[in-house]
Structure formats: C-alpha cells, structure tokens
Design a binder for this molecule. Structure first.
Ligand code: ITT
Length: 198
C-alpha cells in the first residue's frame, strides 16, 4: 500500500518548498488542488502553532489521509514582532511588492532592523491518533531597499538571512531550504516520521 500525505496549504510556494523533502517518506504528496478541497476554517489562533493546528484539523476532517499544515510569517523585532501571524492578512489586497515597501517604510527611523521568520507545522495522522507540532525560526534582518529578486516569494525580497549570508530572494529554493524556518521544521518532522514509520 502506498504511503500518502496531503499538505494543507493553498500557497503554491510553500507546497513546492515542502514537497521534495516529504518524498523521502511518502510515495504520494497531495496538494489541496489535487484533492479538490480547500481550507475553510478561519485562522483565529493567537500563535503560529494554534493556526497550523486549525488548518490541519480542518483538512483532516475532509480527507482520510495524514495531513501536514504550515502556519508561518515574518516578525520584525522593532515593530513588536509585527506582522507575525498577520503576515498574509497585512495589507491583504495589496501586492507583496507593496507590502515589502511598506515594511521598509515602517523601519525608516529604526536602528534595529532584525527580523525572523517562523514556521509552525502540525502533523495529524490518518486515524487522528498521532499529533505532532514543530516550530522553527530563521533569523536575519530587513534590507534597506526593495528590489525585485529572482527567487522566493512573500517577504523574501527584503529578508537577509544570517545563516545563508544572503537575501532569500537571491538564492534558489534548494539553497533557501537549507537555512529557512520551513526547511528546519520539515526536516525535524521527517526525522520524527522516519522513527514513527520504521
Ligand atoms: P495557507 O494558509 O493556505 O498555508 P498562506 O500564504 O495564507 O497560505 P499563512 O497564513 O501561513 O499562509 O501566511 C504566511 C505568510 O507569511 C505568507 O503568505 C508569506 O507572506 C509569509 N511567509 C511565510 N513564510 C515565508 C517564506 O518562506 N518566504 C516568504 N514569505 C513567507
């Protein structure tokens, strides 16, 4: 029997980043589009972990498969961790170019430009008897100027990663995954699942 999983996200960039790593554990990695379903639950949690659980449970109730959900975002230290869990909802109908430019504007008079990405993952097994949550971060800072970049998505054009020594928007998906919040969280999950399924 084939090992299958669904990644509960409507963000195609998140899906693309997570999919490859999960292929080492699962034979089939479904997106929500593959299954013709979507997340209907509202993100009413006050933390990344709570919101990833809300998404995972919503999808788990709709499919008879293990589910992995990601809630993530960018927190800026001198803005009291804003936008944080509101990273997607902040200036919701604007382009990411405008959102990034607004963040640079908000930091105009700030000395501290440090920021970090957080990724919270919730895994729920098919029978809903195994529940695992992981939260990981990647630290860096916000650059002073907006430029269109070749890679990445969301806030990647303005996020300089300390560990990568480069702006996420300037490095490939594979390179970013080595250092990113999502890469760290998914690798931890894969280690957990390897033990579980061995
Ligand atoms: P789903 O809820 O369907 O997964 P979403 O994009 O709305 O999709 P979130 O609520 O978790 O997901 O919002 C996360 C936002 O944070 C995302 O839309 C980006 O703007 C930002 N973000 C998170 N991880 C990022 C990354 O690795 N690079 C750039 N931006 C990121």
């Amino acid at each position: 029997m084939k090992n299958k999983v669904v990644i509960a996200t409507s963000n195609k960039h998140k899906f693309a980043e997570m999919q490859e790593c999960l292929i080492s554990i699962f034979d089939v990695v479904y997106s929500l589009t593959d299954l013709g379903i979507s997340i209907d639950a509202e993100e009413t949690g006050s933390t990344f972990l709570e919101n990833s659980k809300i998404k995972a449970l919503d999808i788990s109730r709709k499919v008879n498969l293990p589910v992995i959900a990601d809630d993530s975002g960018l927190s800026i230290c001198s803005l009291n961790d804003f936008p944080g869990i509101y990273s997607s909802r902040f200036m919701e109908n604007e382009t990411y170019e405008n959102k990034c430019k607004e963040i640079i504007r908000l930091l105009e008079d700030k000395i501290d430009r440090s920021a970090y990405y957080t990724c919270a993952i919730t895994f729920i097994d098919k029978k809903r008897d195994i529940f695992k949550q992981i939260e990981r971060r990647s630290e860096g800072c916000i650059v002073k100027e907006y430029k269109k970049r070749e890679h990445g998505f969301g806030y990647d054009p303005i996020f300089f990663s300390d560990e990568a020594g480069e702006i996420f928007g300037n490095i490939s998906k594979e390179e970013k995954f080595k250092y990113s919040h999502r890469g760290k969280a998914i690798r931890d999950l894969v280690s957990f699942l390897r033990e579980l399924y061995s």
